[in-house]
Design a protein around this ligand. Structure first.
Ligand code: SAH
Ligand code: SF4
Length: 350
């Protein structure tokens, strides 16, 4: 009889599935079939595995489970954005977002059920630390949303820009990237970090290396430390040195995210300092006007459009590739820095 503690096939590696299935049917192709169903075809139950003999499905049903986090709330916003609250078996709730883009959907996943990094402009950070999610729990967010939205087989990009600091949960993120890579090219997976320097080398060592985004948000050490306390531990110059050493595949660039806050980091002086900091790093800069939150981010606002354009103009004149990300999903608080892991509105239909 399966129990709460029966092994979950979601998150299991090829070798782990081989061991679980091998006990029941030792032929390697059987384990390969099961792995394909879970990791590639995103099957939600053993019943869907129609090319397995019924007897094997029945014996598997007695010993393993296929369990994704449960979607407990869906909030839909403008432009097709959907924010999901997903509950894990211990009750931890995280959020993930699906954003339709031109030609694909971008899924934004959480790596932790909170964040200990404590950036002053981020609701997740203000609300504080939460536990690491396992690789299966992260991959389960993807599976649950892909199925719920009817996206299985459709082109998607995956970004680790939800709740949590991915490089403080390397085991979970590494396993999730490995499993995601079965259906999403690593070129379409981006891990965003606040700059955990030792984690960068570990990310660089992965076989299937995802793209890297770094939340910079400041142009001096002092300013960065005020906004992102983690900068005291991993200073800007060390971070930039590690990024200069980061191996990049041909044609790849590091994305620098820069959350723009009125009167905080939006001056033309900042704009002039930025290209100098980034010199020698193949990169692009993504300017993100702050998503406000009256309750948790009191006193912080996005600069006006003119200021943002002038800032972007200085970067462009210095030959920095720059884009402004007018966040999708603001109306449902699904945007970056607004994910809090709480069910706010009505529940999803079962
Ligand atoms: N912890 C990782 C990934 C999750 S945060 C990191 O910091 O990179 C994802 C992105 O959201 C980061 O670039 C962060 O700078 C941005 N962000 C956080 N709070 C925000 C806010 N209030 N408005 C806009 N972007 C925000
Ligand atoms: Fe954590 Fe990223 Fe938010 Fe900073 S911006 S508190 S690192 S989730």
């Amino acid at each position: 009889m399966q129990t709460q503690t029966s092994p979950n096939l979601v998150g299991a590696s090829r070798a782990e599935i081989a061991a679980l299935v091998g006990d029941l049917d030792p032929r390697p192709y059987r384990a390969a079939q099961v792995y394909r169903w879970v990791a590639r075809r995103l099957a939600g139950s053993l019943d869907e595995m129609t090319n397995l003999p019924k007897s094997l499905r029945e014996s598997l049903a007695r010993s393993v489970v296929i369990r994704d986090p449960e979607i407990v709330e869906v909030r839909r916003g403008d432009e097709g954005t959907a924010k999901f609250a997903l509950a894990h078996s211990d009750g931890a709730v995280v959020e993930a977002v699906a954003m339709p883009m031109e030609g694909h959907t971008t899924l934004c996943l959480s790596s932790q059920a909170g964040c200990a990094v404590g950036c002053v402009f981020c609701v997740t950070g203000i609300l504080g630390a939460g536990r690491n999610l396992s690789g299966g729990e992260i991959f389960g967010q993807y599976r649950a949303i892909m199925r719920h939205q009817g996206l299985v087989g459709a082109p998607v990009n995956v970004v680790f820009m939800g709740m949590g600091e991915p490089l403080l949960n390397l085991p979970g993120v590494t396993r999730a990237v490995e499993l995601l890579s079965e259906t999403v090219s690593p070129r379409r997976i981006t891990v965003s970090t606040s700059g955990i320097v030792p984690g960068l080398a570990k990310l660089a060592a992965l076989d299937r290396r995802p793209k890297l985004a770094v939340s910079l948000n400041a142009t001096t050490q002092e300013q960065r430390e005020r906004l992102m306390p983690i900068a005291a531990r991993w200073p800007l110059d060390e971070l930039l040195a590690a990024l200069r050493a980061f191996p990049l595949e041909r044609g790849r660039r590091i994305t620098f995210e820069y959350v723009m806050m009125a009167g905080v980091n939006d001056t033309l002086e900042d704009a002039r300092r930025l290209p100098r900091l980034l010199r020698g790093i193949p990169c692009k800069v993504n300017l993100i006007p702050l998503n406000p939150d009256a309750r948790y981010l009191a006193g912080l606002a996005a600069p006006d459009e003119e200021t943002i354009s002038a800032f972007a103009g200085v970067l462009a004149a210095a030959h920095v590739n720059v884009t402004v990300r007018w966040s999708k999903g603001r109306d449902v608080a699904a945007a970056c820095g607004q994910l809090r892991g709480q069910v706010i509105g009505e529940r999803a239909a079962p």
